[in-house]
Design a protein around this ligand. Structure first.
Ligand code: ADP
Ligand code: NI
Length: 213
């Protein structure tokens, strides 16, 4: 079986029904978006882009005790089982290491056009209406309040500080989501982000107006 359909079927089986925002539907959207962005981005290898998009959350550090090598390791094991070429495996591993947001004060540079596309596609799924829904789904999963005006947003200067964060969910908009538009790599992704960003700004403004402080 070729690598992409086999990997899609595997990831779908692993993630269907996952409730924290890292479900198969998220991964499928990121996969489709990465594929779409790849057609508008010269120099990106579509197969590498699609494989990395499918495997980008395969063992997220947030759900594996902070072990951020768990994802690359799981992707390697899966692709080895499919007898994928070593070069393909190594490129996918590198992209998975580079994709995650690590705090507002931490740069997350990418080392390939494919990594730029997967990071952009993942970040586009964190903004807009779906981004709002995912943020509160994640907060609910972690038992966090929607908002607490007594807890101000902070700029996380290190990945460790970002990982330890337990703030109310609305803070996540100031600590990550409202900054993603300006950190995208590709023009194709920036075009998609515009609407989603404006929607999120309107959402936060209305939320605060209804909160009444
Ligand atoms: P990343 O690995 O870059 O954080 P993912 O695509 O793996 O991104 O998904 C993380 C999802 O969970 C995103 O929608 C993100 O906004 C949400 N999330 C992560 N941390 C928080 C948080 N502290 N509060 C609310 N939502 C969060
Ligand atoms: Ni993701």
């Amino acid at each position: 079986m070729s690598l992409i359909p086999a990997t899609a079927a595997y990831v779908e089986a692993q993630f269907t029904g996952e409730g924290s925002g890292h479900d198969w539907a998220h991964i499928r959207r990121v996969w489709q978006m990465a594929r779409r962005l790849a057609t508008a981005t010269p120099g990106a290898d579509p197969e590498i882009t699609e494989l990395a998009a499918l495997l980008h959350d395969i063992a997220d550090w947030k759900f594996h005790g902070g072990d951020y090598e768990a994802g690359p390791r799981a992707a390697r094991a899966w692709l080895l089982g499919l007898q994928a070429p070593e070069a393909t495996i190594a490129r996918v591993e590198t992209i998975i290491r580079e994709v995650s947001f690590k705090g507002l004060g931490v740069e997350t540079p990418v080392s390939s056009p494919e990594a730029a596309l997967v990071q952009d596609a993942d970040r586009l799924d964190a903004i807009g209406a779906i981004g709002v829904a995912r943020a509160f789904a994640y907060g609910g999963h972690k038992g966090r309040p929607l908002h607490d005006p007594a807890v101000p947003p902070v700029v996380h200067a290190t990945f460790a500080a970002y990982q330890k964060n337990t703030a109310p969910t609305l803070n996540h908009f100031y600590e990550k989501l409202l900054h993603l538009r300006d950190r995208l790599h590709t023009p194709a992704a920036r075009a998609v982000a515009e609407d989603r960003h404006m929607f999120m700004e309107a959402f936060v403004a209305q939320f605060l107006a209804e909160w009444g402080e």
